[in-house]
Design a protein around this ligand. Structure first.
Ligand SMILES: NC(=O)c1ccc[n+]([C@@H]2O[C@H](COP(=O)([O-])OP(=O)(O)OC[C@H]3O[C@@H](n4cnc5c(N)ncnc54)[C@H](OP(=O)(O)O)[C@@H]3O)[C@@H](O)[C@H]2O)c1
Length: 380
Protein backbone atom coordinates (compact mmCIF):
# COMPACT_ATOMS: atom_id res chain seq x y z
CA UNK A 1 0.00 0.00 0.00
CA UNK A 2 1.32 3.52 -0.78
CA UNK A 3 2.39 5.55 2.25
CA UNK A 4 0.05 8.60 2.51
CA UNK A 5 2.77 10.63 4.24
CA UNK A 6 4.96 10.48 1.11
CA UNK A 7 4.42 12.52 -2.08
CA UNK A 8 2.76 10.45 -4.87
CA UNK A 9 5.64 11.05 -7.28
CA UNK A 10 9.29 12.12 -7.20
CA UNK A 11 11.89 13.40 -9.65
CA UNK A 12 14.49 10.97 -10.99
CA UNK A 13 17.06 10.62 -13.76
CA UNK A 14 16.00 7.81 -16.08
CA UNK A 15 17.95 5.88 -18.72
CA UNK A 16 15.84 4.11 -21.35
CA UNK A 17 18.67 3.13 -23.70
CA UNK A 18 22.44 3.67 -23.87
CA UNK A 19 21.88 5.29 -27.29
CA UNK A 20 19.56 7.92 -25.77
CA UNK A 21 20.28 10.72 -23.31
CA UNK A 22 19.18 10.54 -19.68
CA UNK A 23 15.88 12.27 -18.86
CA UNK A 24 14.59 13.91 -15.69
CA UNK A 25 11.13 12.34 -15.09
CA UNK A 26 8.43 12.13 -12.44
CA UNK A 27 8.24 8.53 -11.22
CA UNK A 28 5.62 6.97 -8.93
CA UNK A 29 6.62 6.88 -5.25
CA UNK A 30 7.81 3.49 -4.01
CA UNK A 31 5.65 1.33 -1.75
CA UNK A 32 7.20 0.54 1.62
CA UNK A 33 7.42 -3.25 1.90
CA UNK A 34 8.90 -5.82 4.28
CA UNK A 35 12.68 -5.81 4.19
CA UNK A 36 12.99 -2.37 2.60
CA UNK A 37 13.66 1.24 3.48
CA UNK A 38 12.75 4.35 1.50
CA UNK A 39 15.24 7.19 1.79
CA UNK A 40 14.89 10.89 0.93
CA UNK A 41 18.20 11.37 -0.87
CA UNK A 42 20.31 14.36 0.20
CA UNK A 43 23.43 13.55 -1.84
CA UNK A 44 24.45 10.70 -4.14
CA UNK A 45 27.81 10.05 -5.80
CA UNK A 46 28.68 9.83 -9.47
CA UNK A 47 31.36 7.24 -10.20
CA UNK A 48 34.09 8.54 -12.48
CA UNK A 49 33.22 6.15 -15.33
CA UNK A 50 29.42 6.57 -15.07
CA UNK A 51 29.33 8.31 -18.47
CA UNK A 52 31.04 5.31 -20.11
CA UNK A 53 28.46 2.97 -18.56
CA UNK A 54 25.44 5.10 -19.53
CA UNK A 55 26.58 5.57 -23.13
CA UNK A 56 27.38 1.87 -23.61
CA UNK A 57 31.17 2.28 -23.86
CA UNK A 58 31.45 -0.02 -20.84
CA UNK A 59 29.08 -2.94 -21.40
CA UNK A 60 27.34 -3.02 -18.02
CA UNK A 61 24.08 -4.89 -18.45
CA UNK A 62 21.01 -3.60 -16.54
CA UNK A 63 17.24 -3.87 -17.15
CA UNK A 64 15.80 -0.68 -18.68
CA UNK A 65 14.35 1.80 -18.13
CA UNK A 66 16.16 2.41 -14.85
CA UNK A 67 17.36 5.12 -12.51
CA UNK A 68 21.15 4.86 -12.33
CA UNK A 69 22.86 5.49 -9.03
CA UNK A 70 25.64 5.02 -6.57
CA UNK A 71 26.08 5.46 -2.81
CA UNK A 72 23.59 7.89 -1.27
CA UNK A 73 23.11 9.74 1.99
CA UNK A 74 19.71 10.74 3.31
CA UNK A 75 17.00 10.24 5.93
CA UNK A 76 14.72 7.22 6.17
CA UNK A 77 11.13 8.24 5.40
CA UNK A 78 9.49 4.79 5.40
CA UNK A 79 10.49 1.34 6.65
CA UNK A 80 9.34 -2.26 6.39
CA UNK A 81 7.73 -3.51 9.62
CA UNK A 82 10.50 -6.05 10.06
CA UNK A 83 13.16 -3.37 10.68
CA UNK A 84 14.62 -3.86 14.15
CA UNK A 85 17.05 -1.03 14.90
CA UNK A 86 16.57 1.40 12.01
CA UNK A 87 13.95 4.12 12.55
CA UNK A 88 12.14 6.62 10.35
CA UNK A 89 14.19 9.85 10.50
CA UNK A 90 17.58 8.09 10.82
CA UNK A 91 20.45 9.51 8.78
CA UNK A 92 21.80 6.65 6.66
CA UNK A 93 24.36 5.80 4.02
CA UNK A 94 22.97 3.46 1.37
CA UNK A 95 25.19 0.86 -0.23
CA UNK A 96 24.92 -0.27 -3.88
CA UNK A 97 26.52 -3.68 -3.20
CA UNK A 98 23.47 -5.97 -3.13
CA UNK A 99 23.20 -9.72 -2.52
CA UNK A 100 20.13 -11.77 -3.51
CA UNK A 101 18.42 -12.94 -0.31
CA UNK A 102 17.70 -16.47 -1.52
CA UNK A 103 21.21 -16.85 -2.95
CA UNK A 104 23.86 -14.42 -1.63
CA UNK A 105 26.33 -15.62 -4.27
CA UNK A 106 24.22 -13.62 -6.76
CA UNK A 107 25.47 -10.07 -6.40
CA UNK A 108 24.91 -6.83 -8.23
CA UNK A 109 25.71 -3.14 -8.10
CA UNK A 110 22.40 -1.37 -7.55
CA UNK A 111 21.71 1.08 -10.36
CA UNK A 112 25.00 0.23 -12.09
CA UNK A 113 25.47 -3.41 -13.08
CA UNK A 114 23.36 -6.54 -12.74
CA UNK A 115 26.29 -8.95 -13.16
CA UNK A 116 26.01 -12.34 -11.52
CA UNK A 117 28.79 -14.90 -10.97
CA UNK A 118 31.23 -14.79 -13.90
CA UNK A 119 29.24 -11.96 -15.44
CA UNK A 120 26.02 -13.98 -15.89
CA UNK A 121 22.92 -11.79 -15.55
CA UNK A 122 20.76 -11.92 -12.43
CA UNK A 123 17.83 -10.11 -14.02
CA UNK A 124 15.18 -11.39 -11.58
CA UNK A 125 16.92 -9.71 -8.70
CA UNK A 126 16.69 -6.17 -10.10
CA UNK A 127 13.75 -6.46 -12.47
CA UNK A 128 10.95 -5.11 -10.24
CA UNK A 129 10.40 -1.36 -10.62
CA UNK A 130 8.89 -1.17 -7.13
CA UNK A 131 11.69 -3.39 -5.83
CA UNK A 132 15.40 -2.92 -6.38
CA UNK A 133 15.46 -1.82 -10.04
CA UNK A 134 16.01 1.87 -9.53
CA UNK A 135 19.15 3.45 -8.12
CA UNK A 136 19.73 6.63 -6.16
CA UNK A 137 19.92 9.45 -8.75
CA UNK A 138 16.50 10.59 -7.64
CA UNK A 139 14.73 12.37 -4.80
CA UNK A 140 13.89 9.01 -3.22
CA UNK A 141 15.48 5.56 -3.35
CA UNK A 142 14.23 2.19 -2.08
CA UNK A 143 16.87 -0.21 -0.78
CA UNK A 144 17.03 -3.48 1.15
CA UNK A 145 17.31 -2.90 4.92
CA UNK A 146 20.72 -4.55 4.93
CA UNK A 147 21.98 -1.91 2.48
CA UNK A 148 21.19 0.89 4.91
CA UNK A 149 23.83 1.96 7.42
CA UNK A 150 22.95 4.45 10.14
CA UNK A 151 25.68 7.09 10.39
CA UNK A 152 26.45 9.51 13.23
CA UNK A 153 26.01 13.30 13.07
CA UNK A 154 29.59 13.83 14.25
CA UNK A 155 32.88 12.41 12.96
CA UNK A 156 36.19 12.37 14.75
CA UNK A 157 36.62 12.50 18.49
CA UNK A 158 37.78 14.97 21.13
CA UNK A 159 39.17 18.25 19.79
CA UNK A 160 39.11 16.83 16.25
CA UNK A 161 35.35 16.18 16.30
CA UNK A 162 33.25 17.93 13.67
CA UNK A 163 29.73 17.84 12.25
CA UNK A 164 29.52 15.24 9.46
CA UNK A 165 28.36 16.45 6.06
CA UNK A 166 26.77 14.20 3.43
CA UNK A 167 29.91 14.35 1.29
CA UNK A 168 31.93 12.81 4.14
CA UNK A 169 29.80 9.66 3.98
CA UNK A 170 30.09 9.56 0.19
CA UNK A 171 33.87 9.66 0.67
CA UNK A 172 33.55 6.71 3.05
CA UNK A 173 31.57 4.82 0.40
CA UNK A 174 34.46 5.41 -2.04
CA UNK A 175 37.02 4.26 0.53
CA UNK A 176 35.22 1.11 1.59
CA UNK A 177 35.73 -0.40 -1.88
CA UNK A 178 39.53 -0.82 -1.59
CA UNK A 179 39.11 -1.52 2.15
CA UNK A 180 37.52 -4.81 0.99
CA UNK A 181 40.88 -5.78 -0.53
CA UNK A 182 42.79 -4.75 2.59
CA UNK A 183 40.73 -6.71 5.14
CA UNK A 184 41.17 -10.36 6.06
CA UNK A 185 37.76 -11.11 4.52
CA UNK A 186 39.18 -12.10 1.12
CA UNK A 187 41.79 -9.33 0.96
CA UNK A 188 45.43 -9.11 2.06
CA UNK A 189 44.65 -8.89 5.80
CA UNK A 190 46.85 -5.84 6.25
CA UNK A 191 48.23 -5.42 9.78
CA UNK A 192 49.49 -2.22 11.50
CA UNK A 193 53.21 -1.75 10.88
CA UNK A 194 53.25 -3.83 7.70
CA UNK A 195 54.29 -2.54 4.30
CA UNK A 196 52.13 -2.63 1.19
CA UNK A 197 52.58 -1.70 -2.45
CA UNK A 198 49.44 -0.30 -4.09
CA UNK A 199 49.28 -0.20 -7.87
CA UNK A 200 48.17 1.92 -9.53
CA UNK A 201 47.54 4.47 -6.80
CA UNK A 202 46.43 7.71 -8.44
CA UNK A 203 42.81 6.95 -9.43
CA UNK A 204 39.72 7.64 -7.31
CA UNK A 205 39.46 4.11 -5.88
CA UNK A 206 43.16 3.30 -5.94
CA UNK A 207 44.13 6.59 -4.27
CA UNK A 208 41.53 5.82 -1.60
CA UNK A 209 43.31 2.50 -1.06
CA UNK A 210 46.47 4.43 -0.14
CA UNK A 211 44.59 6.62 2.33
CA UNK A 212 42.84 3.67 3.97
CA UNK A 213 46.03 1.57 4.22
CA UNK A 214 47.73 4.52 5.95
CA UNK A 215 44.79 4.87 8.35
CA UNK A 216 45.18 1.15 9.11
CA UNK A 217 48.74 1.79 10.24
CA UNK A 218 50.70 0.55 7.22
CA UNK A 219 53.73 1.86 5.36
CA UNK A 220 52.71 2.41 1.72
CA UNK A 221 54.55 2.36 -1.59
CA UNK A 222 52.23 3.99 -4.16
CA UNK A 223 52.76 3.37 -7.87
CA UNK A 224 51.57 5.48 -10.80
CA UNK A 225 52.64 6.65 -14.22
CA UNK A 226 51.64 10.27 -14.05
CA UNK A 227 53.84 12.68 -12.13
CA UNK A 228 50.89 15.02 -11.59
CA UNK A 229 48.80 12.19 -10.10
CA UNK A 230 51.57 11.11 -7.73
CA UNK A 231 52.32 14.69 -6.68
CA UNK A 232 48.65 15.22 -5.88
CA UNK A 233 48.72 12.15 -3.65
CA UNK A 234 51.89 13.30 -1.89
CA UNK A 235 50.57 16.84 -1.39
CA UNK A 236 47.27 15.58 0.04
CA UNK A 237 48.96 13.10 2.36
CA UNK A 238 52.06 15.19 3.13
CA UNK A 239 52.19 14.29 6.85
CA UNK A 240 52.62 10.61 5.94
CA UNK A 241 55.36 11.42 3.41
CA UNK A 242 57.21 13.36 6.10
CA UNK A 243 56.73 10.53 8.59
CA UNK A 244 58.37 8.14 6.09
CA UNK A 245 55.18 6.09 5.73
CA UNK A 246 54.26 7.05 2.15
CA UNK A 247 56.64 6.75 -0.78
CA UNK A 248 55.63 7.16 -4.43
CA UNK A 249 57.24 5.58 -7.49
CA UNK A 250 56.71 6.73 -11.06
CA UNK A 251 56.60 3.32 -12.71
CA UNK A 252 56.87 4.71 -16.25
CA UNK A 253 60.51 5.59 -15.42
CA UNK A 254 61.38 1.88 -15.22
CA UNK A 255 62.17 -0.32 -18.18
CA UNK A 256 61.04 -3.68 -16.86
CA UNK A 257 59.56 -5.65 -13.95
CA UNK A 258 62.97 -6.46 -12.43
CA UNK A 259 64.08 -2.83 -12.09
CA UNK A 260 60.65 -1.75 -10.80
CA UNK A 261 60.75 -4.56 -8.21
CA UNK A 262 64.13 -3.29 -6.97
CA UNK A 263 62.74 0.24 -6.63
CA UNK A 264 59.74 -1.05 -4.62
CA UNK A 265 61.93 -3.04 -2.23
CA UNK A 266 60.58 -5.86 0.00
CA UNK A 267 56.92 -5.55 1.05
CA UNK A 268 54.44 -7.69 3.01
CA UNK A 269 51.37 -7.06 0.82
CA UNK A 270 50.29 -5.94 -2.63
CA UNK A 271 46.90 -4.52 -3.58
CA UNK A 272 46.17 -4.11 -7.26
CA UNK A 273 43.28 -1.94 -8.42
CA UNK A 274 44.10 -1.38 -12.08
CA UNK A 275 41.71 -0.32 -14.84
CA UNK A 276 41.25 -2.67 -17.81
CA UNK A 277 43.68 -0.57 -19.89
CA UNK A 278 46.55 -1.68 -17.62
CA UNK A 279 46.27 -5.38 -18.53
CA UNK A 280 49.62 -5.39 -20.39
CA UNK A 281 51.57 -3.50 -17.71
CA UNK A 282 54.65 -5.14 -16.14
CA UNK A 283 53.81 -3.71 -12.71
CA UNK A 284 51.82 -6.87 -11.83
CA UNK A 285 54.94 -9.00 -12.09
CA UNK A 286 57.12 -6.40 -10.35
CA UNK A 287 54.76 -6.15 -7.37
CA UNK A 288 54.44 -9.94 -6.98
CA UNK A 289 58.25 -10.23 -7.11
CA UNK A 290 58.52 -7.57 -4.38
CA UNK A 291 56.60 -9.74 -1.91
CA UNK A 292 58.55 -11.53 0.80
CA UNK A 293 57.95 -15.10 2.00
CA UNK A 294 54.23 -15.56 2.86
CA UNK A 295 53.43 -12.29 1.14
CA UNK A 296 49.79 -11.60 0.32
CA UNK A 297 48.36 -10.06 -2.85
CA UNK A 298 44.80 -9.10 -3.73
CA UNK A 299 43.66 -8.34 -7.27
CA UNK A 300 40.71 -5.92 -7.43
CA UNK A 301 41.22 -4.26 -10.81
CA UNK A 302 38.63 -4.36 -13.57
CA UNK A 303 40.83 -6.55 -15.78
CA UNK A 304 39.21 -9.26 -17.88
CA UNK A 305 42.26 -10.36 -19.86
CA UNK A 306 44.79 -12.92 -18.61
CA UNK A 307 47.98 -11.52 -17.09
CA UNK A 308 51.33 -13.36 -16.84
CA UNK A 309 52.41 -14.21 -13.26
CA UNK A 310 55.87 -15.20 -11.90
CA UNK A 311 54.96 -18.79 -11.04
CA UNK A 312 58.36 -19.71 -9.54
CA UNK A 313 58.32 -16.80 -7.08
CA UNK A 314 54.74 -17.59 -6.08
CA UNK A 315 55.46 -21.16 -4.99
CA UNK A 316 58.93 -20.57 -3.60
CA UNK A 317 57.70 -17.71 -1.42
CA UNK A 318 54.41 -19.33 -0.32
CA UNK A 319 52.54 -16.35 -1.73
CA UNK A 320 48.79 -16.06 -1.32
CA UNK A 321 46.87 -14.33 -4.10
CA UNK A 322 43.17 -13.55 -3.74
CA UNK A 323 40.63 -11.61 -5.77
CA UNK A 324 38.00 -9.35 -4.26
CA UNK A 325 34.87 -7.84 -5.70
CA UNK A 326 33.84 -5.02 -3.37
CA UNK A 327 33.72 -5.92 0.38
CA UNK A 328 31.82 -7.72 3.09
CA UNK A 329 29.10 -5.99 5.11
CA UNK A 330 31.28 -5.87 8.22
CA UNK A 331 33.73 -3.63 6.35
CA UNK A 332 31.12 -0.84 6.15
CA UNK A 333 30.37 -1.03 9.90
CA UNK A 334 34.12 -1.05 10.63
CA UNK A 335 34.75 2.00 8.45
CA UNK A 336 31.94 3.95 10.12
CA UNK A 337 33.57 3.17 13.48
CA UNK A 338 36.95 4.27 12.12
CA UNK A 339 35.38 7.59 11.05
CA UNK A 340 33.65 8.02 14.41
CA UNK A 341 36.89 7.56 16.31
CA UNK A 342 38.84 9.79 13.92
CA UNK A 343 41.19 6.99 12.78
CA UNK A 344 39.84 7.52 9.27
CA UNK A 345 39.87 11.11 8.01
CA UNK A 346 36.88 11.83 5.72
CA UNK A 347 37.64 15.52 5.23
CA UNK A 348 40.47 15.37 2.69
CA UNK A 349 40.10 16.02 -1.02
CA UNK A 350 37.67 18.17 -2.99
CA UNK A 351 34.07 17.72 -4.09
CA UNK A 352 31.55 19.26 -6.47
CA UNK A 353 27.77 19.06 -6.40
CA UNK A 354 25.22 19.23 -9.25
CA UNK A 355 21.44 19.20 -9.59
CA UNK A 356 19.78 16.34 -11.49
CA UNK A 357 18.96 18.68 -14.43
CA UNK A 358 22.69 19.33 -14.90
CA UNK A 359 23.40 15.63 -15.39
CA UNK A 360 25.37 16.09 -18.63
CA UNK A 361 27.81 18.57 -17.10
CA UNK A 362 27.96 16.45 -13.94
CA UNK A 363 28.93 13.25 -15.77
CA UNK A 364 31.62 15.04 -17.79
CA UNK A 365 32.90 16.67 -14.61
CA UNK A 366 33.11 13.32 -12.81
CA UNK A 367 35.02 11.79 -15.71
CA UNK A 368 37.53 14.67 -15.76
CA UNK A 369 38.02 14.72 -12.01
CA UNK A 370 38.96 11.10 -11.44
CA UNK A 371 42.01 11.48 -9.24
CA UNK A 372 42.52 10.59 -5.60
CA UNK A 373 40.28 12.66 -3.32
CA UNK A 374 38.00 13.95 -6.09
CA UNK A 375 34.28 13.35 -5.76
CA UNK A 376 31.37 14.57 -7.88
CA UNK A 377 27.83 14.13 -6.60
CA UNK A 378 24.17 15.05 -7.15
CA UNK A 379 21.99 16.86 -4.62
CA UNK A 380 18.55 15.82 -5.97
N1 LIG B 1 37.07 -5.06 -7.42
C1 LIG B 1 36.21 -4.10 -7.16
O1 LIG B 1 35.36 -4.26 -6.31
C2 LIG B 1 36.28 -2.78 -7.89
C3 LIG B 1 35.43 -1.75 -7.49
C4 LIG B 1 35.52 -0.52 -8.13
C5 LIG B 1 36.41 -0.35 -9.17
N2 LIG B 1 37.19 -1.40 -9.56
C6 LIG B 1 38.16 -1.26 -10.66
O2 LIG B 1 39.19 -0.42 -10.21
C7 LIG B 1 39.72 0.27 -11.31
C8 LIG B 1 40.49 1.48 -10.84
O3 LIG B 1 39.61 2.51 -10.42
P1 LIG B 1 40.14 3.98 -10.12
O4 LIG B 1 38.94 4.83 -9.95
O5 LIG B 1 41.13 3.94 -9.03
O6 LIG B 1 41.00 4.38 -11.38
P2 LIG B 1 40.67 4.53 -12.93
O7 LIG B 1 40.23 5.94 -13.18
O8 LIG B 1 39.81 3.44 -13.43
O9 LIG B 1 42.11 4.30 -13.51
C9 LIG B 1 43.08 5.30 -13.41
C10 LIG B 1 44.33 4.77 -12.78
O10 LIG B 1 44.87 3.72 -13.57
C11 LIG B 1 46.20 4.03 -13.98
N3 LIG B 1 46.40 3.52 -15.32
C12 LIG B 1 45.66 3.79 -16.42
N4 LIG B 1 46.12 3.10 -17.49
C13 LIG B 1 47.19 2.39 -17.04
C14 LIG B 1 48.11 1.51 -17.68
N5 LIG B 1 48.01 1.20 -18.98
N6 LIG B 1 49.09 0.96 -16.93
C15 LIG B 1 49.20 1.25 -15.61
N7 LIG B 1 48.36 2.09 -14.97
C16 LIG B 1 47.37 2.65 -15.67
C17 LIG B 1 46.30 5.54 -13.86
O11 LIG B 1 47.61 5.89 -13.60
P3 LIG B 1 48.27 7.27 -14.12
O12 LIG B 1 47.20 8.28 -14.22
O13 LIG B 1 49.29 7.56 -13.11
O14 LIG B 1 48.82 6.96 -15.45
C18 LIG B 1 45.37 5.82 -12.69
O15 LIG B 1 46.04 5.58 -11.46
C19 LIG B 1 38.48 0.58 -12.15
O16 LIG B 1 38.83 0.66 -13.52
C20 LIG B 1 37.53 -0.57 -11.86
O17 LIG B 1 37.50 -1.48 -12.93
C21 LIG B 1 37.16 -2.59 -8.92
Amino acid sequence: MPDPTLPPTHRALVLTSTSQPLEVRELPMYTPSLGSAIIRVTATSIITYAREVLTGVRKYDYPKPYVPGSAAVGRIVALGNDATTLRVGDLVLTDIWMHARDDPTQRCLHGVYQGGPNGTPVTRFVQDEDGWRHGSWAQYVKVPLENCYRVPDVIGAGVGALRAEPVHWLRLAQMVVPFGGLTGDGGVDLRPGESIVIAPATGAFSGSAVEVALAMGARVVALGRSEEGLRRLEDGLRAYVEAGRLRTIRMSEYADAESLKTAIGRVDCYLDISPHTAAGSFHFKACLLALGVRGRACLMGGIHDDIPIPHGAIYRNDLRITGKWMYERKAVFDMIKMAETGVLNLTRGESWSFGLEDWDAALIHAERHARWGQLTFFEP
